[in-house]
Write a protein that binds this ligand. Sequence first.
Ligand SMILES: [Zn+2]
Ligand SMILES: [Zn+2]
Length: 96
Amino acid sequence: MIRDAATCDRPTCMAVYLEPDDLPEDQPFETAVAAAGWQRDDAAGHACPGCVRGTGPVLERGECPRCCGTTSDRKNGAVCHYCKHVSPYLDDDDLD
Ligand SMILES: [Zn+2]
Ligand SMILES: [Zn+2]
């Protein structure tokens, strides 16, 4: 399977967004990227949610589904160090 991917164009940022497995066929990849908190600018390219929020750049890769940043385990899920996205441990009830 070939997946689309977006990378953050800010200097030193290692953020990546991979096309999710469950992306509907009729949903453009750019829509999914935007829904994940990424911003796109014709001049500057993509900015990851961490850089958009001022909590980036991503310096270390991990498990975050939105920016591939490292996460830390909290009571309610794995919290991204960079974009602050919370990945619940039970993935059958993702309301995000
Ligand atoms: Zn970034
Ligand atoms: Zn993240």
